[in-house]
Ligand binder design. Structure first.
Ligand code: NAI
Length: 321
């Protein structure tokens, strides 16, 4: 459409290439959503075999949906065929894309490095999105752009343009099921890019909600005390985890805080908690708990390791909740 500054809405889905960086729980789900919407997708992970494994798991999930009559076989096959797995930690080898969605670990330094490389190698028109749960959108690029742009543009400073194409696209777990996407604008994000990103999410069948880049955005800011207070009650021996969840569910919550952190991943949830806590000057409202640190130390990471607060079988069904 006239005035659109990004490629997100100006071309049909088949012509907008999407790259998803990180093939964990979130990246593989986001890749599936993008492929279902008709985009050719590269799913990239630095861990050998991770992207292939993600595609296998996705194939099994889609097969189950076909088996239940909730998805056509042809659609399942077409979705899988649109996704190309790729193993690399070097972002300069990621093929040219109209949209890149980064979904690697919640560590600022790792994300910064990725954005630095993407900014240097992707076309200036490409929109660069992060699925971060809590990190500041500005912080992911501020430093990254400086040296590169100065060198490329003979000392002129097109930082606004470069940082303008960076936005947060915060999906929820699991991305193919959860419709909410927090669309996060950094201080420098071009408003038209943010509009287009929200528009693209609508095309993907999602419900975008605009947020500014404050620690934890909306959901993780409000939910931190929900997880933390439940963990503190368990830690203090006031209640057991199954009772907390059952009680909160009976109070109308879709999931209890303990099972929800098992779904998210205790390691991921702790990293997000620490990030929000540090960014708020270690506000005690967001302090991570010894209980959760203990789970992570013991590699009780939740459904993905078969054991977190609760135990799970291979299909992810809780055995003792
Ligand atoms: P995960 O741990 O399941 O997956 C991360 C993947 O990134 C791994 O496969 C890892 O090998 C890969 N990776 C790490 N460094 C890389 C690099 N430099 N280049 C390429 N690949 C790299 O994590 P998960 O749960 O998928 O989370 C990813 C991001 O999404 C985090 O920022 C997290 O905060 C955010 N998020 C997580 C949610 C959740 O419920 N788990 C919900 C919404 C956002």
């Amino acid at each position: 459409s006239p005035g659109t500054s990004s490629p997100l809405l100006s071309s049909p889905a088949a012509e907008l290439a999407v790259a998803v960086i990180g093939a964990g729980a979130m990246g593989s789900g986001i890749a599936q959503v993008a492929a279902q919407a008709g985009h050719p997708v590269h799913l990239v992970d630095s861990q050998p075999g991770a992207a292939e494994k993600a595609l296998e798991t996705m194939g099994a999930t889609l097969d189950r949906l076909v088996g239940k009559g909730r998805l056509e076989r042809a659609d399942a096959d077409a979705t899988l065929a649109r996704i190309t797995p790729m193993t690399t930690g070097d972002m300069s080898t990621v093929p040219p894309s109209g949209l890149v969605v980064e979904a690697v670990v919640e560590h600022l330094d790792v994300k910064r490095q990725i954005f630095r490389q993407l900014e240097q190698t992707q076309s200036p028109a490409a929109v660069l999105a992060t699925n971060t749960s809590s990190l500041p959108i500005d912080g992911i690029t501020d430093e990254a752009t400086t040296g590169h742009d100065a060198a490329l543009h003979g000392g002129r400073s097109p930082h606004m343009a470069t940082r303008g194409r960076v936005v947060g696209l915060h999906f929820f777990n699991p991305p193919p099921v959860m419709r909410l996407v927090e669309v996060v604008a950094g201080t420098h994000s071009d408003p038209r890019v943010v509009d287009d990103a929200a528009g693209l999410m609508r095309r993907w069948g999602k419900v975008p909600v605009r947020c500014t880049s404050t620690p934890g955005f909306i959901v993780n800011r409000v939910a931190r005390p929900f997880y933390g207070e439940a963990q503190r009650m368990v830690q203090e021996g006031l209640v057991d985890p199954a009772t907390v969840d059952l009680t909160l569910r009976r109070a109308g919550f879709r999931m209890g805080p303990m099972e929800l952190t098992d779904l998210i991943g205790q390691d991921v949830n702790l990293a997000v908690g620490e990030s929000v806590w540090h960014q708020t000057g270690e506000d005690p409202r967001y302090a991570p708990t010894d209980y959760q640190r203990g789970l992570v130390r013991e590699r009780r990471l939740g459904r993905k390791t078969g054991h977190g607060v609760f135990r799970y079988d291979d299909s992810g069904t809780a055995l003792d909740a």
